[in-house]
Design a protein around this ligand. Sequence first.
Ligand code: SF4
Ligand code: FES
Length: 262
Amino acid sequence: MVAITINGKKHEVEESKRLLLILREKGVRIPSLCFHHALVPAASCKLCVVEIKEGDKPPRTRLSCAVKVREGMEVTTESAMVHQMRNTAIGNLLKMAPHAEIIHRIGAEFGLTTGQRPDGCIRCRLCVRVCSDIIGAKALSMVKREGMMFVTPSEAGDCIGCGTCANICPTGAIRTEDKENVRTILIRDEVIGRHPLERCDICGRYFATTRFLEHVKAREATHPEEKEPHRHCPTCAKLYSSRMHRITAPKLSKTYGGKPDA
Ligand code: SF4
Ligand code: FES
């Protein structure tokens, strides 16, 4: 056994044991990602950094997973230098794995700078613009949170569940989930809208939300030249319209002065 000091408190500890393990045994919070007790330390994540003072020498920062305890060590786990080095370490880890939940969790737990969590959105505003300018629902808006703009469900808007935002999004940051007869539209984990789905009149498959079909009907009402409204899914609508084309093509050709098809 050897005597060491951890954050000013004396401890009798097993000689030559890894300092990281000793710190954990003593209940000292210390971040680490690359250490496994069954393997020789690689000391690559650099999160387990601490300050160690031995004898008359000035304190040095060391990686606690790589250090074996020795008599008289004075260990400090929280200092300005340690904090700065942990911040650098977490910044480097985030460059390699920006979506890794564990890194953000460690950052939050130890007060380290992790920046905004990437959410897959490139802030092109295609979703916001299409919803406002083409669909007319104004269900999305950009909102500033902690110095950065985010697409969020708009308070004044009214999502109709058409899914156009998800279809136009170039990165897949917005997605739709159709489960049974309900469509959910999400960005990050935030629900933009949740809507009941209607079945196709031909094949019976759920294909569009009630709100969307009502929206189309209301729009068509202002265009009397539009064809009679139908409730066909895209596949059936395509089959139906090519069948109709075959039936009406001779008539149309005649109308426009051409020869009827054979
Ligand atoms: S969610 Fe998609 S479409 Fe909307 S701003 Fe972000 S990347 Fe662009
Ligand atoms: S645990 Fe990763 S460097 Fe020590």
